[in-house]
Design a protein around this ligand. Sequence first.
Ligand SMILES: [Zn+2]
Length: 319
Amino acid sequence: MNKKIKKMPKVELHLHLDGSVKTSTANELLNKDVTSKMKVDKDVTDLNNYLEKFAIPVSLMQTKENLIKISKELAEDLKKENVIYAEIRFAPLKHIEQGLTQEEVIDSVLEGLHKVDIKTNLILCAMRGDSNENNKIVVDLTKKYLNKGVCALDLAGAEALFKTKEYKELFEYAKSLSVPFTIHAGEADGIESIEDAMSFGTKRLGHGVRIEESKETLQKIIDNNITLEVCPTSNINTKVFPSYNEHNIKRLYDLGVKVTINTDNRTVSNITITEEYIRLKDTFHFTIKDFHHMNLNAINAAFITEKEKTSLRNIINNF
Ligand SMILES: [Zn+2]
């Protein structure tokens, strides 16, 4: 079944570009071995600690050449795993330290992705802790590039330190411009973050796995068809669950929650999408049929047109 898992067409909605820089590329660009500084180890204690692993990749992603190379390599890796559509996210304002404009950053990432024959879109991340002024720039950039390689806005960063409710105005602004969005919530922070994100009108939650802390909110998620971008290995890394066995993805799936499978950060979490499926199969006995179902959930929630969804569904259903 492992071979079949690798071969099956897959859709990934929650994948950070800066968390997926190949260690071989970083080592080559820096001319030293930084592998251990880019991957989690047993000493990771929480999300904040996990986020420290992004320092080196972000420092490297400051030139057009590097942005193109890193994006192209990610697209190549996804294609090798038979990913048929991916929404890749990153925070453009983190990549202007060496003088690139925000547009040059986005154009370079798109150029890298488009060198590979795979369907992708970008989600631009506003950051918790950044100024409202900067985050509004990210909304404006999303609007500017919408349907031109960018499909939506996200809110990422230290969730427990900077509460979701503080970003109400930002999402009001996004809505006023008809910018679609997803929000990281229910990972480091609990039900309150999920409730706040839903009150902003989000149809997708980055993680959202702490939903079981309230039966009422859980029912709301089911009733409103909110899709969860679940990243099991990442959740173990950041100690949302003590072990893979104790992850709630199977329970949520069985309850009818619209769950999808994602890696979050291929390098930081030391995982590929194929390995994530295999772990899920080994731990929870998910079948190929279950994985198909979750991929269809992902297509339904993707930030693409109905026509594009139909063509992706055809590929999944014909496998
Ligand atoms: Zn994430």
